[in-house]
Design a protein around this ligand. Structure first.
Ligand code: AMP
Ligand code: MG
Length: 295
């Protein structure tokens, strides 16, 4: 899939209206085919993540932003299915605590960026400080308007120091959100996810749209690009993101670290310490064959 289609160029201005949240154009197949393709990507990501961890060289930061019900949790579950939890961390950013608010807005963020050999997924992020904060006027415009530049510089520090950054805006439309909120109420196991506050936020849809549009336009850079991912169809969203993550990991051109020298010598040593299971098995097989031929 030519996923560059969803990458927001670093120069120029895109309009979110030009991105259809309901499309699945790059994939030639239905939902079932998509699920099969995802399993293959999951297996590749699993192996690549193991190499990333074993090599301990690269750092990958994945940022997820979306409106309520946009699918951030579902994406994390689906894209990283089967991956060893060792070496992958999720950092979720909620309404800041009093201590967090007493610091600059990047303070709580920086502490969670990936170290060598790690993948970190941000479930919401520093971008809330130009989204929720802007829409709710939590700080004056002259304060939040400077943050795009700060964020670009912050992400430049991270990438200059060896972090790879991928940012995904999960794009759904308002009707899809209403359906998802309704589905939460209708399913007793999902009711806990419904917050009446989500309906209040929904009233601010237009303001959020403007804030998301500014966010992707002002902070998609060559070194930390935004992707606007069509997300009405969950299977397609998962597929697009899994492919971009797989491609980024493949781009690291990793392998497994060099093994110790003289492995054969240690192998012989260890063989002397284990019961000869192989021999027992072949004896049993031989006995079986004898019985079979005797019959
Ligand atoms: P949820 O992800 O559904 O648990 O909700 C977390 C809430 O925290 C959302 O309403 C976010 O908008 C809000 N939030 C996250 N970060 C910030 C921030 N820096 N300032 C204000 N609200 C925030
Ligand atoms: Mg919520």
């Amino acid at each position: 899939m030519k996923v560059e289609k969803y990458r927001v160029p670093s120069k120029g201005k895109v309009s979110l209206k030009d991105y259809d949240p309901g499309e699945s154009d790059l994939f030639d197949g239905n939902k079932k085919d998509g699920a099969e393709a995802l399993v293959k990507l999951n297996k590749q990501i699993e192996t690549l993540q193991e190499q990333l961890y074993a090599e301990g060289k690269h750092k990958l930061l994945i940022v997820l932003q979306a409106t309520d019900t946009g699918g951030k949790d579902g994406t994390i579950r689906a894209v990283f299915e089967g991956v060893n939890p060792q070496g992958v961390k999720v950092a979720s950013f909620k309404v800041p605590t009093a201590v967090e608010l007493a610091h600059d807005y990047l303070w709580r963020i920086h502490a969670h960026v990936p170290g060598k050999g790690e993948i970190v997924i941000f479930n919401r992020s520093h971008y809330e400080d130009v989204l929720a904060v802007r829409v709710h006027n939590l700080v004056p415009e002259k304060v939040w308007s400077k943050r795009y530049e700060h964020i670009n510089e912050f992400e430049r520090i991270l990438t200059d120091e060896g972090t790879t950054i991928l940012k995904f805006f999960l794009h759904i439309d308002q009707e899809e959100q209403a359906e998802r909120l309704l589905a939460r109420i209708d399913d007793p196991t999902k009711q806990w996810k419904f917050s009446p506050g989500d309906l209040e936020e929904r009233k601010l849809w237009k303001d959020y749209e403007a804030a998301f549009e500014d966010m992707v336009n002002k902070t998609s850079t060559d070194y930390a690009p935004w992707y606007v991912v069509p997300s009405n169809k969950k299977w397609y969203r998962n597929l697009v993101i899994a492919q971009i993550v797989r491609d980024a990991l493949e781009g690291f051109k990793m392998g497994y670290p060099q093994p110790a020298e003289n492995l054969e010598q240690y192998r012989k040593l260890l063989l002397g310490m284990v019961k000869p299971k192989v021999k027992q098995a072949s004896e049993a097989d031989a006995a079986k064959i004898t019985v079979e031929t005797a019959e």
